[in-house]
Design a protein around this ligand. Structure first.
Ligand code: BTN
Length: 316
């Protein structure tokens, strides 16, 4: 087992562990223990150090249970990593040779990517960072609605399992009370006109909300009141996502657009959309059967397509 994982697992009982005991247990020197603790801290885990007592972590989060996830989602191929660059990048590599859907999950990413060239930060072993990959994806429908569908699935699964009040924000954010809870990054590998694989990356703030610039962020734990079992949540989400993607392949986004509009955080609100340098300000009128957003500008409906677009509410 990776030493970071082993150390996090040991510390997650919330008790103090002396450097000497950890060194013995791991068969390493005390200075190696010190550098392992530093490495966890660099990944965002707050470890308290008390002279004479040792090290303690009081975060209340536990490692993902990869055996449980694998068993519940079988026959899906699961790739579990303590720390990697980006689950989307690894999934892209595996999809070149895979003919089955796969799931790449990490406790931490060193190069997590968001939309519009942003970074996606997350503390070690607190949140969900994963990519669901589908080789030779063959939906007849355009992909426009697909990232909307992923966001909607997240909203439905977290609301049903935890009783929180998550909403979607076009094109692919999930919010609670206006603060960002999750983001979706859908990419493809191959040629959109021919054979391609689908790469669906999801970052969900479960037990911690990382600070990202001046954006307001939140976590499920903040809204639910206590730490959440990430493995159960991941299983529930991927299971529902598989079913929704099957329906999407048969019927496109039209089966989901009504529900998406119901769960839209900004429906009927004054919004500002920036697309390729152009700024539109108007009332958000929801999405159509293809996932295209309608904005009412001076009495006329204007269509906004996904991609490199940003939308925010306008408060007067
Ligand atoms: C966004 O809101 O900008 C999308 C964020 C997507 C982040 C996830 S985390 C797992 C997967 N791997 C990445 O590098 N990005 C996505």
């Amino acid at each position: 087992m990776d030493k970071d994982l082993k150390l996090f697992e040991l510390l997650s009982d919330g008790e103090f562990h002396s450097g000497e005991v950890i060194a013995k247990l791991f068969g390493v020197t005390r200075s190696r223990v010190w550098s392992l603790i530093n490495s966890l801290e660099e990944k965002g885990v707050i470890v308290s150090r008390v002279r004479g007592k040792g090290y303690r972590y009081r975060g209340g989060s536990f490692l993902l249970d990869s055996n449980h996830i694998e068993q519940k989602l079988s026959p899906l191929a699961l790739y579990y990593f303590p720390s990697i660059t980006s689950t989307n990048d690894i999934a892209r590599e595996y999809l070149k040779t895979s003919d089955q859907p796969l799931l790449v999950v990490a406790e931490h990413q060193t190069g997590g990517r968001g939309r519009r060239g942003r970074q996606w930060a997350s503390c070690y072993a607190h949140n969900l960072l994963f990519t669901y990959g589908v080789p030779r994806f063959s939906a007849m429908q355009g992909l426009e609605g697909l990232s909307l569908l992923v966001g909607l699935t997240l909203v439905d699964v977290v609301n049903a399992s935890l009783g929180v009040d998550a909403k979607v924000k076009w094109p692919n954010d999930v919010l609670i009370n206006g603060a960002k809870l999750a983001g979706v990054l859908v990419e493809i590998q191959g040629d959109i006109g021919g054979d391609y694989s689908l790469i669906i990356g999801v970052g969900l703030n479960v037990n911690e909300s990382p600070s990202v610039g001046d954006r307001e962020v939140t976590s499920l734990m903040k809204n639910f009141g206590r730490a959440i079992n990430r493995s159960e949540l991941l299983v529930a989400f991927v299971d529902q996502l598989r079913r929704n993607i099957n329906l999407f392949c048969l019927e496109g986004f039209s089966s989901f657009s009504g529900r998406w509009n119901e769960m839209d955080a900004y429906r009927g609100c004054q919004v500002q959309v920036e697309q390729g340098g152009e700024i539109l300000v108007g009332l958000s009128r929801g999405v159509n059967a293809n996932g295209v957003l309608d904005i009412e500008v001076e009495g006329e409906l204007r269509s906004v397509h996904g991609g490199e677009v940003s939308l925010r509410a306008v408060y007067e």
